[in-house]
Structure formats: C-alpha cells, structure tokens
Design a protein around this ligand. Structure first.
Ligand code: AMP
Ligand code: MG
Length: 368
C-alpha cells in the first residue's frame, strides 16, 4: 500500500515536472516570438541607418542615425551638422573671425565676455588642469603655435630651439587665466597668452550634436569624430546588437589594435602621436605638448578612454592621460575608475579594469 502511494506520488511528481517543462517551453516560445516581433517590426527603427560625413571641426565627422521616419532622421542629422558648424565658428583658432580668435586677441587688454559654449569648455579645461596638475592645459596655445607640427612637416623645418620653447612656456599656464563666473568673462594676466581648446572641443561638440538628434526624436545612432565618438541607444539589428562594436586603431599598424563592445551613451576618446606629427632626422614630433617641458609628450603612443559623464571631459581626459604617460597616466585613469587602454612608448598595451569589461578582442601593437 505504502509502496503504491509512493509510486503514485512519484508519477504525480513526474507529471508536475513535465507540465512545468511544457509551460516553461510555451512561455519561452512566446517570449521569443515577441522579441522577434519587436526586432522585425519595431516601429521605432528603420533597419538601414541614415549616414552622412562632413569635414567640420577640423576632422571628418560621421553621424549614423536610426529611426522609422527617414525624412525626420535626415532632418535631425542635417540639423546636427549645422550645430557642429556653429560650434566651429566658436572654437576654430585658425579662423580669425571665430569667437576664440577674438578672445585670444583681446583678453590681455581686459576681461572678455564669452558665449555659454566657450565658457563651458573653458571651465571643463580648468577642472581637468587642476585634477592632473597641469598636464592638460588649455592655455597651451603659444606652444602649439610654436611647434606648428603640420606646417613644419610640410616645410621640412627642424623642431624649434630651446630658447624659443622656454619663451613660449612663459606664456602657458591656466593659473594666469582670470575667470569671472558671474559675468562669464575671461582675462589673460600676460600678453601673448592663447587658449587652444583642440584637446576637448570635439568632445563638447559630441554632446551638442547628440542633443540636437534627441530633441528631434532620434535617440539611436553613432557620432564619430575620428578621435572622439559617442554611441546613442541600443544598436538595432542582429550584428553585435544591442552593443556597439568600436575599433581602436593600432598606432603603428594598418589594422585595429582592439575592438570594444559598448552600450549606448558611451564616449570613446583617443589621443595618439600618430594623428598629427612631423618626423625630423628620425625623431617624431607630434601635436600633444607636455606644458611642463614644452616638448611633445613622450610617455605614451596612444591612449583610449571609455566612459565619462560628458564628452568634453572624456576628450580632455584622453589628452591628459596621454601627457601623464605610462605608468602615471594609467594609474590615474584607474583611480578615476575609467576605462583606459594605453600603448606605452615600448609598444606594450595596458588596460585598466574598467576597459577590460568592454574589450571584445585585443591584439599586440605593431612594431614601434
Ligand atoms: P587630442 O587629439 O584630443 O588629444 O587633442 C590634441 C590637441 O589638443 C592638440 O592638437 C592641441 O590643439 C591641444 N593640446 C596639445 N597639447 C595639449 C595639452 N597638454 N593640454 C591641452 N590641450 C593640448
Ligand atoms: Mg582630447
């Protein structure tokens, strides 16, 4: 009797388990079908993105945007580019009509009121300057002009002399900026100073371009300014989605050094000695100057930073970490909890913990 009861219970248990398996299977099929339905017929996204490239802010900018209404997506992208052109009119130091050119011409004579965009970039620059104790310095303008790496490269000129470098260094120092927050004015305490926002303006522009896209109802896409990028929303489509696959260039090779898988809303900024430089008698002189020495920074070959709360900051941090170099810059990135990949001067690749979480693949850097 007891034995039969046990057998019955065993049978009942098996039946319950089978029912549970069936219910779970049906549930999973329904969830799968719903998921597929959303993917295939999602009313929010077109399968093909709208993509456009334009030379603006001194680089090729590509905006890729997804949305159901193609005309609306195109309109949003066009307006984003107009916003980038507006910002170029503020930040371009090589345009004498730009706001920054006017500031650099006038700020030694007295306080100059600046636009909200320029003010925000300057403030972020000052913050990062303080955090990294001067490795990043937006008043590096006189040194950037003296080195003029592209001009020297084109002319085949030698690097500047020590005396010229020492004289330019006298004009560099964020501590010689006088800022009035209430009036939003900037004054230079020494004539000959010049602000150069090349180290973070593109990152700032990323956020402004993204803002335009979002305000037009487009919140899925990708903005690439070559050295600084932003992902927006979940990547539609099967390939890699919902994460965005981003490649980091090998600073000495033709191929990618690493690929990253990133969620939407992630900034990626790279600073490298291969972006703008000239070679003279077998030595490379590039565009990122260590304000403490007056010479191109020698502590790293490339630095990629992932994450950050704002584009301008992410862009500034990659430049700052590059100047600090290996191992100091990497340690600093680690202490900030930042994803950072650094190729040191010997060509070795180092990653912070925050970067490892995003790495899909990493190779050895090509010979240095
Ligand atoms: P990035 O490509 O973002 O690393 O920025 C490099 C650009 O920032 C250069 O072309 C200069 O315009 C500017 N720059 C160079 N050295 C520094 C520095 N130490 N701190 C801030 N900006 C710099
Ligand atoms: Mg930068």
């Amino acid at each position: 009797m007891e034995e039969r009861e046990e057998r019955d219970q065993e049978g009942l248990g098996r039946k319950n388990r089978r029912d549970t398996v069936i219910v779970t299977a049906v549930f999973l099929v329904l969830v799968g079908a719903a998921f597929l339905g959303v993917k295939l017929f999602n009313p929010g996204y077109s399968r093909e993105p709208y993509q456009r490239t334009m030379f603006v802010l001194d680089d090729y900018v590509t905006i890729t945007a997804y949305g159901k209404d193609q005309a609306r997506v195109e309109g949003a992208v066009e307006e984003s580019f107009r916003e980038l052109q507006r910002l170029q009119g503020i930040f371009d130091r090589y345009d004498p009509e730009s706001e920054i050119s006017r500031l650099n011409r006038e700020a030694a004579q007295g306080p100059v009121a600046v636009s909200e965009d320029l003010w925000r970039v300057i403030i972020t620059g000052v913050e990062v300057y303080r955090e990294c104790e001067g490795a990043f310095d937006i008043t590096v303008g006189p040194l950037v002009d003296l080195w003029d790496v592209l001009g020297r490269g084109a002319r085949g000129d030698p690097p500047p002399g020590e005396e010229e470098i020492a004289a330019a260094r006298e004009l560099v120092g964020t501590d010689m900026l006088e800022l009035d927050e209430a009036l939003r004015t900037v004054r230079f305490l020494r004539p000959g100073m010049a602000i150069d926002v090349g180290g973070l303006a593109k990152g700032y522009a990323l956020d402004r371009a993204a803002e335009v896209l979002r305000s037009r109802g487009v919140d899925t896409g990708y903005i690439s300014m070559i050295s600084t990028d932003l992902t927006l929303g979940e990547k539609p489509g099967a390939a890699g989605g919902p994460l965005w696959r981003i490649g980091i260039l090998d600073p000495r090779g033709e191929d990618y050094l690493a690929t990253l898988l990133l969620p939407g809303g992630t900034y990626v900024s790279t600073s490298g000695d291969y972006q703008r430089y000239f070679d003279y008698q077998g030595v490379r002189y590039h565009h990122i100057i260590d304000p403490r020495t007056g010479y191109p920074a020698r502590g790293a070959i490339s630095v990629t930073v992932v994450g950050g709360e704002e584009g301008a900051r992410s862009d500034a941090l990659s430049t700052a970490i590059f100047v600090l170099g290996y191992p100091e810059g990497l340690r600093w990135a680690e202490s900030l909890g930042l994803g950072c990949l650094m190729v040191d001067p010997s060509g070795e690749v180092h990653c912070t913990e925050g970067m490892e979480a995003h790495l899909e693949e990493v190779k050895e850097a090509a010979g240095t």
